[in-house]
Design a protein around this ligand. Structure first.
Ligand code: G3I
Length: 305
């Protein structure tokens, strides 16, 4: 393949990127987007604060523009994200207990119903586990509604859109030895054993010098896949430049290609200047839209090189 999406398709995989609706009028951006990518994740437009800014009033304009862009270029969409402790609208931040549980489930149902049949997958729940050595759930208003809030969200999403793959998505879950990785693994194992609907686990994979690609990354992907779920790299970006950065991107890509149920990967933006951490120059295209060494490394790895 001569493009990321084309090369990934050789082995039945997709290659995606995060997209901002505000950049869809930039022809350099949309040129690379439509040429290279077969999957799109709205970077912010499907989050709770964007889709339900006032309780019971839903707003889909920007998210729908991204879905339309995807359709126009023959790409699929990963919905991101239905339930999260962050980027909650003000009305939700102030809620707790059964009122919050009801509001959260209504949000999941309404948004998943709006996009029923149109999305490849949903990140149903994002970042629900704590960092560090505890292996505990992250404290949040959603967690305080009861430990079953995650499975309740997954059941509501399945009921609303039975065709979408339902994913749990998190960061710092790449190193098999980390307590957070083990905790998420046990949750997925528990969901599988009890029939809670879960189809995939997303590994955000935001890497930097303090948190490089772990040597056991492929092992982690394989161990989760062996539970009977798809695994996906969902928000990949790697701080750095030149050969070192290219080598890290190659390692990640080869890990996915080596795991049968790693069925796709997504980078968290197109050009370095589009990144949420632009100073890390963590993406595959420079600010002018030129391919970086990291791009070539990913393409070669997808092509089996
Ligand atoms: O659009 C407004 C703009 O009108 C306003 O002037 C400006 C002032 O701050 O804010 C703009 O919104 C910002 C938005 O990005 C768009 O640029 C928000 O403040 C800012 O919080 C938001 O950051 C996003 C972040 O999630 C929020 O948590 C990033 O773009 C987005 O890349 C990032 O993505 C997350 C994933 O969803 C989950 N995993 C981690 C990842 C990186 O943090």
């Amino acid at each position: 393949g001569t493009t990321l999406g084309g090369a990934a398709a050789r082995t039945g995989r997709y290659f995606g990127t995060a997209v901002s609706a505000s950049k869809l009028s930039d022809s350099v951006y949309t040129g690379i987007l439509s040429r290279e990518f077969s999957m799109i994740t709205p970077e912010n437009e499907m989050k709770i604060d964007a889709t339900e800014p006032n309780q019971g009033q839903f707003s889909y304009t920007n998210a729908d523009r991204i879905v339309a862009q995807a359709k126009s270029q023959g790409a699929q969409v990963r919905g991101h994200t239905l339930a999260w402790h962050s980027q909650q609208p003000g009305w939700m931040q102030g809620m707790e207990g059964s009122a919050l549980r009801t509001a959260m489930l209504n949000h999941v149902t309404q948004v998943a119903t709006h996009y029923r049949g149109q999305l490849y997958s949903w990140d149903v729940v994002n970042e629900a586990f704590a960092d560090g050595s505890s292996g505990a759930r992250r404290d949040s208003n959603l967690q305080r509604t009861g430990n079953d809030w995650i499975e309740a969200a997954f059941r509501a999403a399945r009921a609303a859109d039975p065709g979408a793959k339902l994913c749990y998505n998190d960061y710092n879950t790449d190193d098999w030895g980390q307590a957070k990785t083990q905790a998420v693994y046990r949750m997925v194992q528990d969901f599988e054993s009890r029939g809670v609907p879960i189809d995939c686990v997303g590994f955000q994979s935001h890497f930097n010098s303090n948190s490089p690609v772990p040597s056991n990354y492929q092992t982690t992907l394989q161990n989760f896949a062996s539970l009977g779920v798809d695994v996906q790299i969902t928000e990949l970006d790697i701080e750095g430049s030149g050969t070192a950065q290219a080598n890290s991107f190659s390692t990640v890509t080869k890990a996915c290609v080596a795991v049968a149920r790693c069925n796709g990967m997504t980078v968290w933006g197109i050009r370095d200047t589009d990144s949420w951490r632009a100073s890390a120059t963590p993406l595959l295209f420079d600010g002018s839209g030129n391919k970086k060494a990291a791009y070539t490394a990913v393409l070669d790895a997808l092509n089996g090189g």
